[in-house]
Design a protein around this ligand. Structure first.
Ligand code: ADP
Ligand code: MG
Length: 453
């Protein structure tokens, strides 16, 4: 089947499912191939594939048959990991088609809370102390002071953990409070379901009757127009009743593309706090806490000094990866019945360590330094000797020595074929200046952070 053929089928489907459903569920489908009776579609997420498979598979199959295609089965494969679910998407299996009805689990009002995500198990450090304090305040359940509380930050930095912690705490303090937690994806799912089953009034009523509404990963509704619209109304209705709303997203409200301006500005009305990338101390703190927990599980497993420090140092991505590493480490060590040493750690986690081992290149250093000092990249390797160019060049030499494992002659070659003694001179010059020039040391700190992030 040609792509045009699929476009024609889509047109027919539009008439069958209506404009809203079409735009949300059918248009994003990409027919990637049709072979041996299987039509494969690329879909944005696993969830998306499941939903389309459950609700539109028969219609799609019918239209494919009508167009003369020989298809028995549809297959939906997530295109790539979404921010919210990397682990699942990485291992994503194609979603098998089954023409079954939606399962009843979809009827429970909120998403289940993870009992491990409490304030007790949340390790506080510099990068998350503000978010943590704000979450604590909201969890006290006193008069609503900021509405909404908007938490944002990168993947695996603890947004969902904090939201669940708030919900647990509120429910412990005030068991009668109606706290509704769900992801924006689930919000959309329920809304679309209500539309389809003509139960929009019930939907509205349910959402307007809660005392606290928490919507996780709200960036998901960007670009989904009717869902946004409904979210906006729900949001306003609750704010008008002075009900607490807590929202999370992977970025600040103003930076979510495809989100209506009026929604952005409503989201900014309350308190907006971000979770910063973890630092070494926080990572170590989290590892120590988890290791303590594992010790209660695997009693006789010893962990050699320095292992946790090594991991905190080497795995600087998100906390989820860090946790996964530790889980695997303990499981492995208990299987082989050995102490967790540095050697064992390096063996057992080689893949994770390699993936986190981002190599900084000399080219990257030259580019960042040139940008920072506003000079041309070509001047980094060129012959100019004026101070405004020579100094940044020496800084780049210094950083190349400090942050890469390249030898001096090697670095020299990448600085326009300079001799290794020139590089050594540059490195020494910067080391010398560093003892007295605080501006220089600030510059270097910024550059190092940029390069190592
Ligand atoms: P996000 O929602 O921001 O993507 P999560 O809240 O799902 O991240 O956190 C990912 C994992 O890391 C969870 O298992 C969570 O418990 C853990 N985690 C994140 N931050 C912390 C922290 N400060 N202390 C303890 N565990 C944390
Ligand atoms: Mg999350």
């Amino acid at each position: 089947m040609t792509n045009d053929g699929w476009l024609e089928i889509r047109e027919n489907l539009r008439k069958q499912v209506g404009k809203d459903n079409y735009l949300t569920w059918i248009e994003p489908l990409k027919l990637s191939n049709l072979r041996n009776g299987v039509a494969s579609f690329a879909v944005p997420t696993n969830f998306f594939g499941n939903w389309v498979s459950r609700n539109f598979a028969d219609k799609i199959l019918l239209q494919l048959h009508r167009s003369g295609a020989d298809v028995e089965r549809l297959e939906f494969t997530p295109e790539h990991a979404t921010a919210a679910q990397p682990a699942r998407a990485v291992n994503a299996q194609p979603v098998e088609t089954a023409n079954k009805r939606p399962t009843r689990e979809d009827d429970v009002p909120g998403a289940p809370l993870d009992s491990r995500f409490t304030f007790d198990s949340f390790v506080v450090g510099k990068p998350n102390e503000l978010a943590h304090a704000a979450a604590r305040r909201v969890a006290e359940g006193g008069p609503v002071t900021f509405n909404p509380l908007f938490l944002y930050g990168g993947v695996g930095l603890g947004k969902t953990h904090l939201m669940h912690a708030i919900a647990h705490e509120l429910q412990t303090r005030q068991p009668d409070l109606r706290v509704l937690y769900l992801s924006a994806e689930q919000f959309m799912y329920r809304f679309v379901q209500a539309l389809r089953e003509r139960q929009v009034m019930d939907f509205k009523e349910l959402f307007r009757s809660v005392d606290v509404l928490m919507v996780d990963d709200v960036q998901f509704i960007a670009g989904k127009d009717s869902t946004q619209e409904e979210f906006f109304h729900t949001f306003n209705a609750l704010v008008d009743q002075n009900k607490q709303i807590i929202i999370s997203a992977d970025r600040a409200p103003g930076e979510i593309k495809g989100l209506e301006e009026r929604i952005k500005s409503r989201l900014q009305c309350g308190l907006v706090v971000d979770l910063h990338p973890t630092d070494y101390e926080l990572r170590l703190g989290i590892l120590q806490q988890k290791a303590e927990f594992y010790h209660t599980q695997y009693r006789d497993l010893a962990i050699a000094p320095g292992v946790l420090e090594f991991l905190a140092h080497r795995i600087s991505t998100n906390v989820r990866v860090l946790e996964g590493a530790l889980t695997r480490l303990f499981a492995f060590a208990s299987l082989v019945g050995r102490e967790i040493t540095l050697d064992l750690t390096q063996d057992c986690l080689a893949d994770i360590l390699r993936a986190s081992d981002r190599k900084i290149t000399i080219e990257e250093i030259q580019r960042k330094v040139a940008e920072h000092f506003n000079i041309r990249l070509s001047d980094m390797i060129g012959p100019k000797r004026v101070r405004t160019i020579a100094r940044p060049r020496q800084i780049a030499m210094y950083l190349s020595k400090a942050l890469t494992s390249r030898s001096l002659p090697d670095i020299g070659r990448r600085f326009g074929g300079r001799d290794h003694t020139t590089i050594m001179h540059g490195v020494r010059k910067i080391e010398e200046l560093l003892t007295s020039d605080s501006q220089l040391s600030d510059d270097l700190q910024i550059l190092k952070r940029l390069l190592q992030s």
